[in-house]
Design a protein around this ligand. Structure first.
Ligand SMILES: C[S@@+](CC[C@H](N)C(=O)[O-])C[C@H]1O[C@@H](n2cnc3c(N)ncnc32)[C@H](O)[C@@H]1O
Length: 269
C-alpha cells in the first residue's frame, strides 16, 4: 500500500465527515428528501440524463464510486436500473444517502470504505459504473482509481464520467481582483491544500479539516482508461458549470472555457 495515498485518503475522509452536518442542515437536502418522495424523481441534469439513457440503464446493475449522499445513484435507480450500489468512505454522508433511499423507497445498497479497497466480491458485478461531479480531484492516484472502476465492470460494461473539466483548476473564482487570471499550471503536480469546510455554494467559509485536491489532465484520464482496458467511445465537452456555485461566473462568456465533460469508456471488446 502507498502510505502517502492512504494519508491523503484519511485526511479527505475526515474533511468530508466534518462537512456532512452542514450539508444535512441545508435547504438542498430538504429539497432532495421532498423530491425523492415523488416517484421517478431525478437530480440529474439534461446532459447526464441524456448520456445515461443512451447507456440503457433499465434493469442494469449500476455502481457509483464516491456517491456522497446517494442522490445520483438513486436518480439512476429511478431510471429503472436494477441492482444499485453506492460506494463512499464518508459514513456521515452515507447516513444521509440511506435517508434519501428511504424517501425514494429504493433498496439501493451503500458500502462504506475507501474506494481503493473495494472488495473482490464486487469484481465484474456491474454493467455500469458511474463517477459524477467532483470525484477525480479527490484521488491521489487516478490510474488505480480507474482500475477499480474497470475491475468492477463485467466485460462489455460501461464506465460513465460526468466531471468538471480539468482546465478549470487553472483559475481561482474567489480571486476578487481577477477571477479570469490563469493562476495555476494545468500540469500542477502538488495537490491543492485547503482547510475550509467543503461546501458547494458560496456560503461564508469557516475553518474545517485540511483536505487535498489533485489535478489530473485530460491526457491522464484518457491514458488511465486505455491502460486499464477501457476503450473510450464517447467524449464531449460543455461550456456549463457543474461544480460549486462560485464557478457560475465562468458561464456564458464570449471566450468560453470548457467547464465540464462526459466520457463513456467500454470494458473489453
Ligand atoms: C464531491 S463528492 C461527490 C458528489 C456527488 N457527485 C454529488 O454531486 O452528490 C466527493 C465524494 O468522494 C468521497 N471520497 C473521496 N475520496 C474517497 C475515497 N478514497 N474512497 C471513497 N470515497 C471517497 C467523499 O467522501 C465525497 O462523498
Amino acid at each position: 500500500m502507498d502510505p502517502s495515498r492512504d494519508n491523503y485518503v484519511a485526511a479527505n475522509r475526515a474533511a468530508w465527515n466534518d462537512a456532512a452536518p452542514h450539508h444535512r442542515a441545508g435547504a438542498s437536502f430538504e429539497n432532495l428528501l421532498t423530491g425523492f418522495g415523488t416517484p421517478g424523481f431525478s437530480c440529474l441534469d439534461a446532459v447526464a440524463s441524456e448520456v445515461l439513457r443512451g447507456l440503457q440503464p433499465a434493469g442494469k446493475a449500476v455502481a457509483q464510486l464516491c456517491c456522497n449522499n446517494g442522490r445520483e445513484i438513486l436518480s439512476v435507480g429511478n431510471l429503472g436500473a436494477g441492482l444499485c450500489v453506492g460506494f463512499d468512505q464518508s459514513g456521515a454522508f452515507l447516513a444521509q444517502a440511506r435517508e434519501l433511499a428511504a424517501a425514494a423507497k429504493q433498496d439501493c445498497r451503500f458500502v462504506e470504505g475507501d474506494v481503493y479497497r473495494i472488495g473482490e466480491e464486487f469484481d465484474g458485478a456491474f454493467d455500469l459504473v458511474i463517477v459524477t461531479i467532483g470525484v477525480f480531484g479527490w484521488m491521489p492516484d487516478l490510474g488505480t482509481f480507474i482500475g477499480v472502476a474497470a475491475r468492477l465492470l463485467r466485460d462489455g460494461g460501461a464506465f460513465f464520467v460526468y466531471e468538471q473539466h480539468p482546465i478549470m483548476n487553472m483559475v481561482e473564482p474567489a480571486d476578487a481582483s481577477d477571477p479570469h487570471r490563469l493562476a495555476h499550471s494545468y500540469f500542477k503536480k502538488e495537490p491543492f491544500v485547503e482547510d475550509n469546510v467543503i461546501v458547494y455554494g458560496d456560503e461564508v467559509a469557516r475553518k474545517g479539516v485540511t483536505h487535498y485536491w489533485f489535478v489530473h489532465t485530460l491526457a491522464d484520464i484518457f491514458t488511465s482508461c486505455l491502460e486499464r482496458g477501457l476503450r473510450i467511445e464517447h467524449f464531449r465537452e460543455y461550456p456549463h458549470n457543474i461544480s460549486s456555485a462560485p464557478y457560475d461566473i465562468y458561464d456564458g462568456r464570449h471566450a468560453q472555457l470548457p467547464q465540464s465533460y462526459t466520457l463513456v469508456a467500454r470494458k473489453g471488446a
